[in-house]
Design a protein. Structure first.
Length: 108
């Protein structure tokens, strides 16, 4: 994903500089990889990241902590970012999927 990283690094970050652990590009790359793998909600994006190998996280730009651990962005980190950014606001809902209407599910 090095080509995609160039474009994602140009996206303006809506967060303040204080308290950032993950770069905007790394959160978006983890989210994009999760979405390509079928994740459709914030919870699914975070779950995919939590299950990702540390080498993959390194490739996606997730930096290593001083204590040498590397964790994917949490559900709250992903959710806060997507809720603040105008391009993604309201597109993903935490843990919610589109539910079929009663007529589609076969129940009356």
């Amino acid at each position: 994903m090095p080509d995609l990283r160039v474009f994602l690094e140009a996206v303006p970050d809506p967060r303040s500089r204080r308290g950032r652990w993950y770069s905007l590009a790394s959160i978006l790359l983890v989210s994009a990889a999760a979405a390509v793998s079928g994740a459709r909600t914030i919870d699914e994006l975070a779950e995919w990241g939590a299950r990702a190998d540390t080498r993959l996280l390194a490739t996606l730009g997730v930096r290593r902590h001083l204590l040498r651990w590397r964790h994917a962005p949490s559900r709250s980190a992903i959710g806060r970012l997507l809720e603040r950014h105008p391009a993604w606001r309201g597109r993903l809902r935490a843990g919610q999927r589109e539910r079929p209407s009663r007529g589609q599910s076969g129940h009356r």
